[in-house]
Design a binder for this molecule. Structure first.
Ligand SMILES: [Zn+2]
Ligand SMILES: [Zn+2]
Length: 163
C-alpha cells in the first residue's frame, strides 16, 4: 500500500492505516515461506507541530519447522515500529528518520522490512530442543531412543579402520 503524504506534510488530518498484505510468496532471508496467512498492518501518521510521525505495527503468524527436530512451529509475531517522516535527507539521518522524497510512503516495504528484521536467527520449537537422533531419527523430545551414543565421526572412522 502506498500512502499519500502530501496533506499530512502541510498539517493535514492524521492518517489511519489498516490493511492486510500477502507475503505468502516472499522468501525470508533464512529460507522458506513462513507467512502463508495474510499479514496485518496497522498504524497512524500524525503531524505534531510540523513533525510527521508514524507509529505502526505488524501482526503475523510464522509457520515454519524447528531447525533441530523438524516439528512444525506456528509462532505469532507482533512487531511495532516508529519513524519520523521527512521529505528530504537531514544530513545526520538516524534509523528513525525515513526520507519520503516523493511524498509517498511504501507501507508494504516498510512493514516487510521490520517484520523480517525481527525474525529469529534460529527456529527452535523450544529453547532446549533435543533434536532428532542421527541414527534412528526419533524425536528426542519425546524421550530417549535407546541407540548407543555415537562418538565423534573421526573416532568412528578410526574404530572402523582398526576392526
Ligand atoms: Zn525442536
Ligand atoms: Zn536413536
Amino acid at each position: 500500500m502506498l500512502v499519500n503524504l502530501k496533506d499530512i506534510f502541510v498539517g493535514g488530518a492524521p492518517i489511519t492505516i489498516g490493511y492486510a498484505m500477502d507475503l505468502s510468496k516472499e522468501e525470508v532471508p533464512g529460507g522458506g515461506f513462513p507467512f502463508s496467512e495474510p499479514v496485518r498492518v496497522s498504524g497512524r501518521i500524525e503531524n505534531r507541530a510540523g513533525v510527521v510521525q508514524l507509529h505502526a505495527a505488524v501482526h503475523a503468524v510464522r509457520h515454519t519447522v524447528c531447525d533441530r527436530c523438524l516439528s512444525p512451529i506456528s509462532q505469532p509475531m507482533h512487531v511495532e515500529f516508529e519513524n519520523v517522516l521527512v521529505t528530504e535527507s537531514q544530513g545526520d539521518d538516524s534509523d528513525e528518520l525515513l526520507v519520503c522524497s516523493e511524498q509517498t510512503l511504501d507501507m508494504d516495504a516498510l512493514a516487510k522490512t521490520n517484520l523480517f528484521l525481527s525474525l529469529p536467527m534460529k527456529e527452535l520449537c523450544r529453547p532446549n530442543c533435543k533434536g532428532i537422533c542421527p541414527q534412528c531419527g526419533k524425536n528426542l523430545n519425546d524421550g530417549p531412543c535407546g541407540c548407543k551414543p555415537q562418538g565423534h565421526p573421526a573416532f568412528l572412522k578410526l574404530r572402523e579402520f582398526l576392526q
